[in-house]
Write a new protein. Structure first.
Length: 311
């Protein structure tokens, strides 16, 4: 079953499931004076029940596994997450009555950790100094140590991750821009967003450009992973061919842009500002076009970080 079909099938029994997706696309005016012929739009993923873009892929992966009987009995869903997928796994697991265990670096914000616990999920921490990739290695170790006990959802390799964005987010962007989009800007955590949206947009119109932002410092931005070092793990679902260009995004400028966005009523997290730094660099180059990016998650999730300190 496809994303919408599965969602509709389960929304009757579990109504919160029906709240995922169909998020607003809002015009962003931050660069209007500088680049009057560039239209910028942001897809407002904080409107999802879990407050982030990860509700879509996690819902698809979990409903599919549930439907196939992989999550029956005492089986525990296990995965690694920087936090937002963890929140999605936690609330959807709570709704479906499935137990969930998440492997997370211990620098994830307190808000994320508490939110995960509030839905009844369990957290297994890894040391943030060992890098985000350590959480990926640890979850594989745990999952392989007891395959009967754990269902390893594996968002970094699960095809339904990118398919959720292909079937829902990208479709909505095409409808909401009436097909006028010329550029899409996003970064890479699992690669689900950029791969899924990129593939669908290119299918619709191969001239639409897919622009990838990579923060210039790690660990610096929750949700995004390093990619440039040859030792960095490249997510299995990331389709590099769909990406037309990579941009270095300045983390400090990204944080400032998160603050500017907050003043415009768009209260997103760190990665949303970093994506907007990519948008700004791109707008300066193209001077004319219709750029779409994502506000990935809600700003409240960063109260215990330094993100809002200088505002
Ligand atoms: N921003 C935030 C805040 C995230 O949590 C994530 C997911 N890790 C991303 C961006 C990147 O999304 P994706 O996993 O689809 O590449």
């Amino acid at each position: 079953m496809g994303f919408r079909e599965l969602q509709q099938a389960y929304a009757e029994q579990f109504p919160a499931v029906g709240l995922v997706g169909q998020t607003p696309l809002v015009r962003v005016d931050l660069f209007r004076d500088e680049f009057p012929e560039v239209e910028v739009y942001a897809k407002m993923e904080p409107f999802n029940p879990g407050g982030s873009l990860k509700d879509r892929p996690v819902l698809y992966m979990m409903l599919d596994a549930f439907e196939r009987g992989e999550l029956s009995g005492t089986r525990t869903l296990i995965d690694s997450s920087s936090g937002n997928a963890g929140i999605a796994y936690a609330w959807i697991g709570g709704v479906l009555g499935v137990s969930v265990k998440l492997v997370i670096p211990n620098n994830a914000s307190a808000e994320r950790k508490k939110r995960i616990l509030s839905h009844g999920a369990e957290i297994h921490f890894t040391n943030a100094h060992d890098g985000y990739d350590e959480a990926l290695r640890e979850v594989r170790r745990l999952a392989h140590s007891d395959p009967d006990r754990y269902f390893f959802c594996d968002q970094y390799a699960n095809e339904l991750n990118w398919r959720a964005h292909y079937e829902s987010t990208a479709e909505e962007i095409l409808e909401q821009t009436e097909g006028r989009i010329t550029h899409f800007v996003a970064g890479v955590g699992t690669g689900g967003t950029i791969t899924g949206i990129g593939r669908r947009l290119k299918e619709h119109d191969p001239t639409i450009r897919i622009e990838c932002v990579v923060p210039d410092a790690f660990p610096g931005v929750e949700g995004l992973k390093p990619l440039k070092d040859p030792n960095d793990i490249v997510p299995a679902i990331l389709d590099r061919d769909v990406i037309d260009r990579m941009w270095d995004a300045d983390v400090d400028r990204g944080w400032e842009l998160s603050q500017s966005m907050a003043r415009a009523g768009l209260f997103g997290g760190q990665s949303s500002g970093v994506y907007m730094d990519g948008v700004r660099q791109l707008a300066a180059e193209i001077k004319k076009g219709v750029i779409v990016t994502i506000v990935c998650d809600i700003g409240e999730r960063y109260m215990s970080t330094r993100l809002w300190d200088s505002t």
